[in-house]
Design a protein around this ligand. Sequence first.
Ligand SMILES: Nc1ncnc2c1ncn2[C@@H]1O[C@H](COP(=O)(O)OP(=O)(O)O)[C@@H](O)[C@H]1O
Ligand SMILES: [Mg+2]
Length: 370
Amino acid sequence: MSTDNPKDGAGNGAEEIESPEVEEAVEKVGPASELAGAIEAEDEVDASGADPEPGNGATGTAADQEPDSRVAVSGEPEPEDPFIAGDGAVLGRDFLLPGVDPGDTDPYKWHTGAKIEAGGTAAIEVKDLVKQFGRTRILNGLNLDLPDDQISMVLGPSGTGKSVLIKHIVGLLYPDSGDVLVKGQSVPDLSDDDLFEMRKKFGLLFQDGALFGSMNIFDNVAFPLRQHTDRGEDEIEHVVTRRLREVGLGEAHYKMPNELSGGMRKRAGFARALVLDPEIVMFDEPDSGLDPVRTALLCELIREVHAENGGCYLVISHDLGTARRIADFIAVLWKGRIVESGPKDELFESENEFVHQFLRADVTGPLAMD
Ligand SMILES: Nc1ncnc2c1ncn2[C@@H]1O[C@H](COP(=O)(O)OP(=O)(O)O)[C@@H](O)[C@H]1O
Ligand SMILES: [Mg+2]
């Protein structure tokens, strides 16, 4: 949470994102970013997770911001042997990690960093990604390769930075340091025009489908085609009809979004995410707000559509049922880094204590209620 946002300290729980870079990025780009803009609005973020120490945020005085050498931002004396991140920043003095005691000298003891090769080439490579908002470091040297032509899942407790990670992949947020490569191209290095082109490779599906409320379902799904291609209306109708049929909405062309159930809206959002035949499709918590049966049906649909179209799918979730159903490849995110990643079956069999606890929803283990 940005420390220069005066609303941060208000504690009203509403997620306000006023990062200038986000606003700028949203302004610059086309429909993919409109979707992404809608994410910002819809993102249910645990605001409390951002600033574990009340008083370290916007309300802090200059003295809080510029601590003397022995007093950490946490207000605690610095430990003898503090944890130092890859970029030399000191935990508790220079930054805080949500859910981590600022005096913790070894926050990554469960992060074996083990990477079990998925086979094939990586469609997305994240390298030493660091992102900090104010004093709160959300991603702290994250490394991850996501295989092409598989359904990958990034799983992790809420507020760990899963959405922040996706926003780096689509170029809505820029790293403090590190890099994100999509098909070998560095996203932060792209010019605005190239970023706009690259976004055509992405299909994005966020939360509620992020449909335009004033357009019927057909026009919503046709939107990227009308915006990004010069195809004629006949061809557009052909593509939209096929995609809507594929997601089971063949009869819903003229319905308005508010006439559809939550599950149908997500399916319409999925159809829209597919119309440009994207090489990469990303889903941010597609299962949120759906009952178990609809979640299972949506998972089945995602698998079927992937089997038909291929490509790199990235599904973000904290739902283990979804992971069991659709993932080929799983990465577990915690404390701003990947604890372990690899093919689903191997991760579900992992002996890593955190991965084991998280994937079995066990009450005992390194993850506690903090
Ligand atoms: N643009 C932003 N400005 C400030 N803080 C942010 C911003 N985006 C995300 N955060 C903070 O980063 C943390 C992780 O958010 P998020 O990635 O949405 O978590 P999740 O894993 O649940 O998707 C949250 O505490 C959130 O408040
Ligand atoms: Mg999220």
